[in-house]
Design a protein around this ligand. Sequence first.
Ligand SMILES: [Mg+2]
Length: 388
Amino acid sequence: MKISKVTPMTMGTEWRNITFVKVETDEGLVGIADSRIINRTEAVIGYLKEAVPRYVLGSDPFNVEQLVNRMYLEDYGRAGELVMTGIALIEMACWDIMGKALGQPVYRLLGGAVRDKIKAYANGWYTVERTPEEFHAAARRVVERGYQALKFDPFGAGFYEMDRAEKVKVIGLVEAVRDAVGPEAEILIEMHGRFNPVTAIEFARLLAPFQPSWLEEPVPPENTAALKKVADAVAPLGIPIATGERVHTLFEYRELFELQAADIIQTDITHFGGILNTKKVAAWANNYYMLMAPHNVGGPVSTAAALHLDASTTNFKIQEYFNDFAEAFVKEAATGLPEVVDGYFALPQGPGFGLTLNEDVIEAHPQRTSLHFNLYAEDWQRRQVKDK
Ligand SMILES: [Mg+2]
């Protein structure tokens, strides 16, 4: 079996462009993938334009180890977010094809299921004013939907440090969310790499009374020693450090593991060269007793890919999910994904990812070429991004 055609197509939504890829074979099987590529959609499509004829067409979709290695190595230049996203889109679609060819769900090809349901946490639910009242009401809506875990960034447009009044405001927002969800739900604090180490450590201390289940990306992603400084200071508070959505290769994880600078890694399959690389990094993390909580901000196919990985990974912790709080058509672009019920996904069905792509839905919502989602702008949490 050989890959005969690759078709990228991008769907515009309120705050994201989601790029889908359809990979066809000479035997008539079709595999799909998707990824949200933040603010650089055209660059990944441009990468695929060059890489697909060079590496993908004519390849056997079962040979993902060889295909990914060639795409990574034989261009010579170092691969980062853009290239590892392009590679992932192809690799994920190959797994869908393999599952369809064998009549099996993908998780059965990754070692088989080690759990019978997959815990989820909600994100993208606080598209409201940054006030305790509005955060409280929005958090209530999440738990009323059955979620037992939710994540939010209460820090506005903060960067490196915050003044005293802003810190008081942040504490009020977290207090309101804890009050809304009750003592048993998990609240996950997202820092989006905003802070210098001393500010991140201070916030850990200020927010510890609300018992967050993790602090995510407390410092920017480039300096692992700075992250280690935060992790060491925060560990006595009993708050785990999570990071990894902006780590794009296995090599880039080496220092993080050697320093044991985090407790939870958040690899994004769609920005890490795909499912097999993510499976490898999960196994590597397990040697340090670290847990895997895959980052996931894409459409239904990247969510399905994550669920198949989660189902088959022993040190999996919890799965991020946005699309219960996004426009309904995001889910309709590919149907067949289980819904979150009482805070959990059921195991995904096969064969392959178990989804059906609906190209008419994608075509009805064209790519937004001037969309800029800026996490350092005031009121970014509203996720209402206007075209420039
Ligand atoms: Mg994050």
